[in-house]
Design a protein around this ligand. Structure first.
Ligand code: HEC
Ligand code: HEC
Length: 354
């Protein structure tokens, strides 16, 4: 990441000198809704993932329908809807469209979970689409290694359109999207781009950024201020499942951990398993459900929460809905332990928060 970042800094510093986008008597004011990309471009950074206006029939509304509902109206005013992208999922089964962190530069899973609980955001295996056009690389780290033979994955490292297509086919187990559909999804992603108000810049930093834009000086410093406020990749690392072990009484009675476990269960597991939304396997708040989870957890086989979270399930031919694995960034080992604490208590009817 550091290497990538320093490369883009060099590009900015180099282009600052020749940037044509600075006009002489600018009096630029940063507002909360100023897009980060607008400032970046003024500082001379070349825009990534730009929409191609030549793709006929594409629109952000169509993209939004594809992402949220799986299909859209047909192109060119033709009657009816397009075929559903996937029989099993919508994109939002695994991705949110919300900002997921108070501080977008600190990807600590516990901070993410607390923010999700506060704002009622699902806690999922995929990265948020919010700010995705502000990211430089996709399927990072171990996704690139483990899935290197999946068609399109290498290309998708730097190509957001390829990343969308790989996920439509592989993650969603659905049909390939057509060019105008991919462009539409990208246009929708642009409506979710980061704004200055999403970053935690101090007033002093904002003034210095405005100074850089208006006086055409210290552009590299201004660029650093912004760049340090968010991560331009979603790091991804897999982990081996923890072995089940019985917890001590002190561990089991930890209310803070119990609360975190409940959040993971409610915002994560139940997002797909609640009322069998995306899975035949139903998860609810009945003691019998927790007893079932606890039994499998103690047995430690594939269906234990520890294993299923780390390995997911494989898509089968006859039934292609599958569960994606959680990377350590999306759920840490410590959070899996929190989930264990929650399940173990609830299986005995101990709701520590009551
Ligand atoms: C069954 C779960 C699932 C579904 C459904 C799904 N995805 Fe994904 N997607 C993932 C996972 C897991 C990743 C890799 C982790 C990540 O997002 O960082 C991913 C990655 C991506 C990425 C790269 C993100 C990044 O920062 O690396 C894009 C773009 C993407 N998906 C788009 C889509 C679109 C568009 C759809 C719907 C057509 C979709 N996905 C449906 C699970 C899913
Ligand atoms: C993105 C959606 C999604 C999320 C989030 C999710 N699962 Fe799943 N899970 C699935 C799908 C799909 C299957 C495949 C089984 C099926 O539908 O028949 C599955 C399978 C399972 C199974 C095996 C069920 C069986 O007997 O076949 C267990 C256990 C399970 N999940 C537990 C969990 C737990 C615990 C969490 C939270 C940490 C969780 N899941 C989060 C989608 C999800």
């Amino acid at each position: 990441m550091t290497v990538l970042k320093s490369v883009s800094t060099l590009v900015v510093v180099a282009t600052l000198v020749v940037s044509a986008s600075w006009s002489s008597n600018d009096n630029f004011k940063l507002k909360d809704d100023t897009p980060v990309w607008e400032v970046y471009e003024k500082l001379g950074k070349i825009k990534l993932h730009a929409v191609n206006p030549k793709v006929a029939g594409a629109s952000a509304e169509i993209g939004k329908d594809i992402v949220l509902k799986g299909s859209s109206v047909k192109r060119d005013g033709k009657k009816g809807k397009t075929a559903k992208q996937s029989k099993h999922f919508e994109c939002t089964a695994c991705h949110t469209i919300e900002k997921e962190f108070h501080d977008l530069s600190d990807l600590d899973p516990n901070k993410k979970l607390a923010y999700a609980a506060k704002n009622n955001i699902p806690f999922l295996q995929g990265s948020s689409f919010y700010g995705i056009v502000n990211r430089e690389h996709f399927y990072n780290d171990e996704y690139q290694k483990k899935y290197k033979d999946v068609p399109g994955i290498k290309k998708s490292f730097s190509d957001v359109r390829a990343a969308i297509q790989v996920c439509a086919i592989q993650c969603s187990q659905g049909r390939a999207l057509e060019d105008w559909e991919i462009e539409s999804v990208l246009m929708y992603f642009w409506t979710l781009q980061l704004k200055i108000g999403d970053l935690n810049l101090t007033d002093e930093q904002k003034q210095k950024i405005e100074y850089a834009l208006n006086e055409r000086q210290s552009g590299a410093r201004a660029f650093h201020y912004i760049r340090d406020e968010f991560s331009d990749v979603s790091p991804a690392h897999f982990a081996k499942p923890m072995e089940y072990r019985k917890l001590s009484d002190t561990e089991l009675k930890n209310k803070e951990r119990f609360q975190r476990g409940k959040w993971i269960y409610d915002l994560g597991c139940k997002h797909c398993h609640g009322k069998k939304r995306y899975s035949f396997y139903n998860l609810d708040d009945n003691t019998s459900t927790f007893k079932h989870l606890a039994k499998h957890m103690e047995r430690g086989k594939h269906h234990s929460i520890h294993k299923i979270s780390r390995y997911g399930t494989a898509p089968k031919n006859f039934k292609k809905a599958y569960m994606p694995q959680y990377t350590t960034e999306k759920m840490s080992d410590s959070q899996l332990m929190d989930l264990q604490i929650y399940v173990a208590n609830m299986a005995k009817g101990n709701n520590l928060l009551k």
